[in-house]
Write a protein that binds this ligand. Structure first.
Ligand code: HSE
Length: 328
């Protein structure tokens, strides 16, 4: 157990963590991209107690998605992260209150659970002076994904924590590679207002076959390499040529009404690439012009209107990642 000894009697810290998209087609569980569009805001307040308290954590939720997240720390993304940190750093001598302002839609493929987890981890790190390195922050934040996905996956976490494009490796050990996204990268995220199952990520992970043909793996690896090379050389064509996935998309698209049509139309109307955002049901188009992006957003809304489904569209650029906005 790591011992933390700080003088603070009462202190609070507020952090913002942005939405993100994961996978980018072939990079399942490996690629994350921070999106500069919506962010969750987390404030952690701590109060020193004269003696250790076992259940020293309370959660309050507010904002758009307030109704859809549990306040019980055992089932809340932020709660799971906080409990793990409290236990490993022995912080039971503090009463901790977490206030979550939930702005990112929950369960729609924009890294909502990751954002709250990240903002919680960086707040605890700052408040208690835990001096976690980036790998530790990534790992603690990913604990929160257990609540929504049933497993620790790091792609959304990495995108939200660090911003820009991140490759996460977990074998043989946890490592990540951050690459700045090209300045002209524009993404349009289309969020259909359909009912999503509880624990949607877990459900949509369940539809993917456990065994994959070698030939398909080869296609996806080649495309993934094109994406990484494209980010590395800041080449939008190379990135977008790689955003093609023959393993996950064929199964998950069945959970997204009108997906094939939306994809076809988006490509015809100027998208340089189109895929499912994270585990869906949002989809994401990539292109290099804001003007074309605005047009595309309109096209997407039009397509969903034909299906009598409301949808939100977000025109976004890559984000610079999470940040502490105040500490006192
Ligand atoms: N890589 C994860 C998945 C992302 O596709 O299940 C979830 O947003």
């Amino acid at each position: 157990m790591i011992k933390v000894d700080i003088e603070t009697e009462f202190s609070e810290c507020t952090a913002h963590a942005p939405a993100s998209t994961a996978n980018l087609g072939p990079g399942y569980d490996v690629f994350g991209l921070g999106l500069d569009v919506l962010e969750d805001i987390v404030t952690v307040k701590i109060n020193k107690s004269p003696k250790a308290i076992k259940n020293n954590l309370k959660i309050i939720t507010k904002g758009h998605g307030k109704k859809n997240i549990p306040n019980d720390p055992d089932y809340n993304t932020s709660g799971i992260v906080a409990k793990k940190i409290i236990s490993e750093y022995n912080l039971y001598n503090y009463r901790c209150l977490i206030e979550i302002e939930k702005n990112i839609p929950i369960g729609y493929g924009m890294g909502s659970s990751a954002a709250s987890a990240v903002a919680t981890a960086i707040s605890f790190n700052a408040l208690f002076g835990l001096k976690m390195d980036e790998n530790k922050l990534l790992d603690y934040s990913a604990e929160g994904e257990l609540a929504s996905a049933g497993v620790k996956h790091y792609d959304n976490i990495a995108g939200s924590l660090f911003g820009n494009f991140v490759v996460v490796k977990t074998y043989p050990r946890l490592e990540f590679i951050k690459i700045k996204a090209p300045n002209d990268l524009i993404a349009v995220v289309c969020v259909p207002q359909i009912k999503v199952p509880k624990k949607k990520t877990e459900v949509s992970r369940g539809v993917i076959p456990k065994k994959v043909l070698l030939e398909k793996t080869v296609h996806n690896i080649a495309n993934a390499c094109s994406i990484v090379a494209g980010f590395y050389t800041q080449d939008m064509n190379m990135i977008c040529n790689g955003i093609n996935d023959c393993i996950i998309e064929p199964f998950r698209k069945k959970m997204i009404p009108g997906y094939d049509k939306l994809k076809k139309r988006s490509i015809e109307e100027g998208a340089m690439a189109f895929t499912i955002s994270g585990a869906g049901p949002s989809s994401i188009a990539f292109l290099n012009s804001r003007k074309k992006g605005l047009h595309l957003a309109e096209v997407m809304r039009e397509e969903y209107k034909k299906l009598d489904i409301k949808c939100e569209t977000y025109l976004t650029k890559p984000s610079d990642g999470s940040k502490i906005v105040s500490k006192k």
